[in-house]
Design a protein around this ligand. Sequence first.
Ligand code: F6P
Length: 529
Amino acid sequence: MASLKSSPAWKALEAHRKKTAGLHMRDLFADEKDRFDAMSVGLGGLFLDYSKNSVSAETFALLIDLADEADVEGWRRRMAAGEEINATEGRPALHMALRDPGAGKEIIAARKDMERICNGIRDGKMTGATGKPFQAVVNLGTGGSHLGPAMVVGALKAFRDGPDIHFVCNVDGAQIAQILDGLVPETTLFITASKSFTTEETLTNARTARSWLSEAVGDGVGDGAGAHFIAVTANAGAAKDFGIGEDRIIALPEGVGGRFSVWSGVGLAAALALGWENFEAMLSGAHDMDRHFLESPLDANMPVILGVIGIWNIDFLGAEALAVLPYDEGLGLLPNYLRQLEMESNGKSIGRDGTALEAGGAPIVFGEPGTGGQHAFYQALHQGRRLIASDFIVPLRTHHPTGDHHQRLLANAFAQSEALMMGRPGDKNGDKQPPHRAFEGNRPSNTILMDRVDPFTLGQLIALYEHKVFVQAIIWGINPFDQWGVELGKELAAAILPEVLGRAASGDHDSSTRGLIARARNAQEGKQS
Ligand code: F6P
């Protein structure tokens, strides 16, 4: 790839940054009376206000030039056409097809399987080995095979009318033990969600679940523990070997990355909780955002706008972190979900062309629902030495009206973004403020309003971030669809396990790793370290 930093659009942005270095957003708002209208865009139940960024009309135009120069339009077309844009794995990126009503045969067939299984379980027609309907569902999966369904089930609590849903993602036995403790084997269903069906954590949990079931219902495929499992995977052979019947396997295309897979069978736990119609409404919301992303001009395109503003904040203003701040308790897992989406997709330092990136890479993503975070880490957002950009996600209507709680919640969200932007100068109304009470302001934030958190709007929101991440990747020169950075740890854990178990002598490790393994062995053998 040609050098990003010597491209005309990047250089123009650099020169512009120098020229506007002393600019304060307060002045932009004072000068531009229609700034809110000019710097906001709506789509269905979503509304993005990006006016509280250090971006003038000129900055914005230059950022759109950058997207144009990177050929975002060509790349979005190539992705939609199913080209192999994930070159290191030789795969397309098919998440848009998963929510397309006109998708290809295989994707529609998998969606039909998912619908059949979802309805069968919810209706009580698809039962466990002893013929009893399932009352509890445990999703066994990690990363994208956990965070997507867990986030959606939490976000759409108000729409739930299905069985109890539990999630086990950690190989720490405490998690599965605690969950199994309250469940009855005969009426419990396990979804083994694993694209690869080789992920050690998930398979370890699945084996534990199977032996828990086997004690109660036996070991068979259709008439024993196997009847209590659904697999969602691209590796049907391994699922069958595990003892899961063919009619209980939902295919996951190879061309769908874990963090983009909530729209597939990986979303089954959510579909079971919400019902098929609600799950389909979520797909429709995402499809609506896809159409917008594919068809809108770059300067009126929500994901493009969010993407280029993020690049401005990261590369030109130095914001290394992005706080995701949902003002909705149900969206509690959204920061974690978006952390994987952003950091696993763009947390890279080598570009698509195999050379070191010159700029960009994912920000550090963190956050928690308001207002708890305000009393924990917002101090650093307002007065810290590091610049942190923020995304406020604010549903205008609540499913839980309780007195004036929601109005208070809204007031807090709007107050925070105003404070971050305006700050409070050291000298206010002629009163001297001590330095520690001064707020410089000028801290960037976006506010995404949701009409309310419902399946359609949530689908739009997730797809918005998927495409934002894609736009940034294209501009930075990243392949956002691979994740080679997780491989080394997996390999080393496999090598260290026999040593921790005491089945192999200490391998060739550095002295720290050797020392830690030795202490673990001693602890297991009850010896003093
Ligand atoms: O290790 C990272 C990762 O591969 C993620 O990308 C993925 O979401 C997760 O592990 C789970 O993978 P699988 O669905 O294959 O079990």
